[in-house]
Every structure is written in structure tokens, then in C-alpha cells.
Write a protein that binds this ligand. Structure first.
Ligand code: ADP
Ligand code: MG
Length: 319
């Protein structure tokens, strides 16, 4: 006989909590945020076929479901505290659950966050996590704070996740080692939590790159009522992506989703502070452009020529 709902929760998801007042097992979890801090809350759903392929290893799926939520907290400069997991799955598969829990708790342990509750139902595979973090009043990094004259930065490298997707779709081929590297970028993104924390008081705005650089930067520009100029040649990319044809690089860098790097702005007076934050965040921060008073997004090629059509960002209801 297969394991029941409550035994399943106890076996795979219930862990003793250290920071939360009350974890799994009652109708609500109880959290005690540090007095005076604001709660930062974010929810992201991962749906099979939409956000992940059926070929993904359960460990990586568990990792990614939490990573994309911690990435949102990072983009706000919030310190992660706890999370809940709403899980729908077609049937109880203990091998799947074991792997899922492994990936989930490994990343949770790295960031000191606890699983404090959730819901478990039968249905098409779907993992929805809500993450809770805290941030001092006025310190959250918002999309609305970019100012004309600010520098624009991105963390890490961009485009590998999209390159992996292109390989899965049969659009291009890579040697096995290269494919494994970009596949890892797609399936195991590293949320830039330490960088987000270090950017408090330094960055004027931030967003995490989930739907592609052009689309996500456009959110910042709209919220901040400014424009921007990006330099394509300065966009940081892996050696694997840099070896691809120009058009494919451009697609992956500008429209590729699933990077989960931070895009942020800061005044030129903060250049040293940004690099110090990057050291604390253990990730590179690359200057890729500037914020302009003139609305709109301009992308310049290596010769300083403006690119034409930038293409739309990912939209679940249009793509
Ligand atoms: P309720 O019916 O009161 O909503 P449930 O019976 O669904 O509660 O769940 C029992 C307990 O297990 C609750 O504390 C709930 O938060 C927790 N829980 C259920 N599913 C999960 C899950 N997938 N991950 C973590 N905790 C879960
Ligand atoms: Mg209840």
C-alpha cells in the first residue's frame, strides 16, 4: 500500500525548526520576525512543461523551486527566514519525493531557511513555494528607484539557461560537457541572496532576471520612469555561450529567461561599494549600461550602433 498524505508529509517534509516558533503540523506556522523589521513575501509556482521539463532530476527540481523564490527575496535585499510548499503531484512516487526533498533541503540549509508548512494534493505536477524574508524599513531594493545617470549592473553571467533550452528544443547542439554546464545553469540557479543583502544602501533599484534581460529591465524602467542604454558587448557570458553564433548569443543574452541573476542600478559614486558588495556576494557584478532620462531601452552593438527590434520578453500567456 502506498504511503498516505500525512505520513508522506512527516517523512519527506517535516523537519525540526530552529528559528520559527512553530513549523509543520498545526493549522498555521508561527514566525517571529526580528522586531522592527518588515516582512518580505514572494510566491512562485513551477509548473511541469512550463517552468521545467519532465527530464529534470527531482533533486534539481527541489533546488530550483526554492531557488527562484529566494532569488525574489535577494532582489529585494531581504534576508530569507522560512518558506511554505504547496505540492500537487499525479501520484505518490517515493523516489521522486526523496530526491525533491534532498534538493530542497540542501539549498534551504545553505541559506538557513526552514520549511514551515504547505499543502499536498493530487493533481498535475506543480510546486508552489512562498518564501518569507525580512528587511529593515526603507531598506528594501525596489524596481522603482533607478535614477538618470545611474550605472546598470548584472551579476554572474547571462544566457546559459536559454542556451540549454535551445539545445533541448533541437535548435542547436553542444559537446556533452558544455551541454552539462548550461543545463546546470538552467536547472540549478544560485539565488544571489548575499549580493542582495550587500547591496542594501548601495543599489538604487534591483530585479532578478527570470524572464529575460530586456523584459525585466523594462519593468525597472517603467516603475522608475526612466530609460536605459545597454552595451551588448559588455554583457557577461560564459565561454560556452561566447563560442556560439552572434545571433544566438544575442537571443540568449537579451531574451533568455531563467538566469536568476540580479540586475541592479547604482550611482557612479558607488562603483567601489558595488564591487565590495560583489565580493561579499561571491559573484561578479558587471557594468553593462546606464540609466537615461529619455524613456525607452536602447541596446548598442560593439560598434556603438543601436540594435533594432529587441524582441519581446517571455510572457506565459503569449509564448
Ligand atoms: P490543513 O488541512 O489544516 O490545511 P493539512 O492537513 O493540509 O493542513 O497539512 C497538515 C500540516 O502539514 C500543516 O501544518 C501543513 O502546513 C503541513 N503541510 C502539508 N503539506 C505540506 C508540504 N508539502 N510541505 C510542508 N508542509 C506541509
Ligand atoms: Mg487547517
Amino acid at each position: 500500500m502506498s504511503i498516505g498524505e500525512f505520513d508522506l508529509i512527516a517523512k519527506y517534509f517535516e523537519r525540526p525548526v530552529r528559528q520559527a516558533v512553530l513549523g509543520i503540523g498545526d493549522d498555521c506556522a508561527l514566525l517571529q520576525p526580528t522586531p522592527g523589521m518588515q516582512l518580505a513575501i514572494s510566491t512562485d509556482a513551477l509548473v511541469e512543461g512550463r517552468h521545467f521539463l519532465s527530464t529534470v532530476a527531482p533533486e534539481r527540481l527541489g533546488h530550483k523551486a526554492l531557488a527562484v523564490n529566494l532569488s525574489d527575496l535577494a532582489a529585494c535585499g531581504a534576508r530569507p527566514l522560512a518558506f511554505t510548499l504547496a505540492l500537487a503531484m499525479p501520484r505518490v512516487d517515493e523516489r521522486f519525493l526523496t530526491g525533491l526533498a534532498q534538493g530542497l533541503f540542501a539549498l534551504a540549509g545553505q541559506h538557513g531557511v526552514e520549511l514551515v508548512g504547505g499543502d499536498t494534493t493530487a493533481g498535475p505536477l506543480n510546486l508552489t513555494i512562498t518564501a518569507f524574508g525580512e528587511v529593515p524599513p526603507q531598506a528594501a531594493l525596489l524596481r522603482s528607484g533607478a535614477r538618470a545617470g545611474d550605472d546598470v549592473y548584472v551579476s554572474g553571467t547571462l544566457g546559459d539557461a536559454r542556451l540549454a533550452l535551445e539545445v533541448f528544443r533541437g535548435g542547436c547542439a553542444l559537446p556533452a560537457d558544455d551541454f552539462e554546464a548550461v543545463r546546470r545553469a538552467m536547472e540549478c540557479p544560485q539565488p544571489r541572496v548575499a549580493l542582495g543583502l550587500a547591496l542594501r544602501g548601495v543599489a538604487t533599484s534591483a530585479i532578478d532576471l527570470s524572464d529575460g534581460l530586456v523584459g525585466d529591465l523594462s519593468h525597472v524602467l517603467r516603475r522608475s520612469r526612466v530609460g536605459a542604454t545597454l552595451r551588448l558587448a559588455q554583457l557577461p557570458r560564459s565561454a560556452v555561450l561566447a563560442a556560439q553564433p552572434e545571433a544566438l548569443q544575442r537571443l540568449c543574452l537579451l531574451q533568455g529567461g531563467d538566469d536568476y541573476e540580479l540586475l541592479f542600478t547604482a550611482p557612479p559614486s558607488q562603483r567601489d561599494a558595488v564591487q565590495a558588495a560583489a565580493v561579499r556576494g561571491r559573484v561578479a557584478a558587471t557594468l553593462v549600461g546606464c540609466i537615461d532620462a529619455e524613456p525607452g531601452l536602447r541596446v548598442l552593438d560593439a560598434h556603438g550602433r543601436r540594435l533594432g527590434e529587441l524582441g519581446a520578453s517571455f510572457d506565459h500567456f503569449k509564448s
